[in-house]
Structures are given as C-alpha cells and as structure tokens.
Design a protein around this ligand. Sequence first.
Ligand code: FE2
Ligand code: FE2
Length: 280
Amino acid sequence: MPSLRDDIESRLHSLKSLHTQPAVIAKITQMLQNPATNAEELGMAIRADQVLASRVLKLVNSAFYGFPGRIGSISHAVILLGFSTVKNIVLTASVLELFAVRGGGKFNAHEVWKHSLACGVAAQCLARAVKYEGQEECFVAGLLHDIGKVIMFQIVPNEFNNVIECADKTKTLFYDSECKLLGISHQQIGGMLIEQWRLPTKILDAVANHHTPHGGSLLTAVVHCADIFARALGYGNGGDNKMPKVSDSAWESLGLDGVNLEKLLGSIGKEWEKAEVYLR
Ligand SMILES: [Fe+2]
Ligand SMILES: [Fe+2]
C-alpha cells in the first residue's frame, strides 16, 4: 500500500503550479546562471513576458530599492542597481505567482506571505550584518523558505489542516507536527519544487534544510536564523506559534556572537517598512 508520503509525492508531480513555470522564466533562470549574460540580453528575454516585465519594473521602482519611479527599463535598472540585484528582482517577480493562492480552512495565505516576505527581508539584513558574500540570493531564499506549505495546502488541504491543528493543540512547531503526522515536511516539498524550477542549488539547499541547518551552507544558516528573527518580530505567521530553537552551529557559522542584535532587528524593521510594495 502506498504511504501518505508517496501519495503526496505523486500529487506533487501532477500539480499544475509545478509546470506553470513558463518557458520564458526557464530561459531567464538559465540566463541568470550564465556569467556571460549581459543586461541587454536579459532585458530582451524579460520583455518577452509582459506581465513579468511590468512586475520587475514595478519592483525596481519601489522604495525598497531606493530609486522610486526613476527606472524606465531593465537595462537602466542593471546600470543603477547592478546585475545581481536585478537578477534577484527577476527571480522574485517570477516566484510571486506561487504565493497567489486563496487561503482556506486553517491556511491563512496572507499571513504566510507576510511571514515569507519578512524572512526574505531578515535574511538580507542578516547577510549584510555578517558580511556574507552571497547577499543577493538571501532575499529570494528567505522568500521561498516556506513555499512547501503553500504547495502542501494545495495538494493535501485536509492533512494540512490537521498539521496546523496538531501544532496548535500540542504547542509544537508546524515542522514537528508534519513530520509526525505526514512523514514528509514542507522543507522537502519546497525543495522538490525548487528542483523542478531549476533555481540555483544554493537556494534549493537553503529551502530544503532551513529547519535542519546543521552542517549546511552559510545561506542555509542565514535563512534558518532569518526565519526565527521574522517570528520574533511578529511579522506574519507561518502556521504555528512556537519559537524554534536557534541551531548552535548555524549561529556559530555566521559569527552572530559578534553582531549587535538590537541594531540588526532595528534594521530589519526599517527594511520591512520599505518592503510594503510586496504586500500590495
Ligand atoms: Fe519552515
Ligand atoms: Fe518560516
């Protein structure tokens, strides 16, 4: 008899949103991973998808990036913001679609979205504070860290509700409840999605291990801690009210002992206000 886990996996493979990544985004993701790609080529590829193009321009022109209303084209954006920032705005714009689900039952789509966004913002601020070199991918990885919950809600809504109920009743983490009840977790499901979408492996690792960062990459450690900072600041809600324990190894690998936490949380708060554009 197939287990619930097998069942979830097979439903995951037939889920539409896994296949909705349009050819243009596949092409752009591929281009973004090729160091030889230039602004002109990127601009051309983005313009082929009008919805994506307008979304990217809306984001680059938001207060979040500091040039509100002044950027007229993708190539102009690359000049002002730099290639890696634009690259991440494009990735962000292309994944926003995934969050556009209607909630229902115990799934509060808006709260999960807020939590995800807060984790992205926190990851970026944290990366800056610890001078992590790959700051660019932190926002995207944070934004996507709980995407598995959105997918889980879509494929097994009843089981999803049971997980939330269990987490609530037993005052445990969503993660612990799902492992116990379903034998599969949102970090695994999120990892499968990211693999299908062929996003960078670093982002895949961070999403697939944000609750188990031990021995993982620095990006995984950043997302692990950012998730907890976002919870501590009370921005959004990912589906439980329990605060996870910060992994000692993640904390140490980032050198967080040497960081002024009050200042860091303050900077997350400031960036959070600017990130409002994503909430609309
Ligand atoms: Fe999570
Ligand atoms: Fe989370």
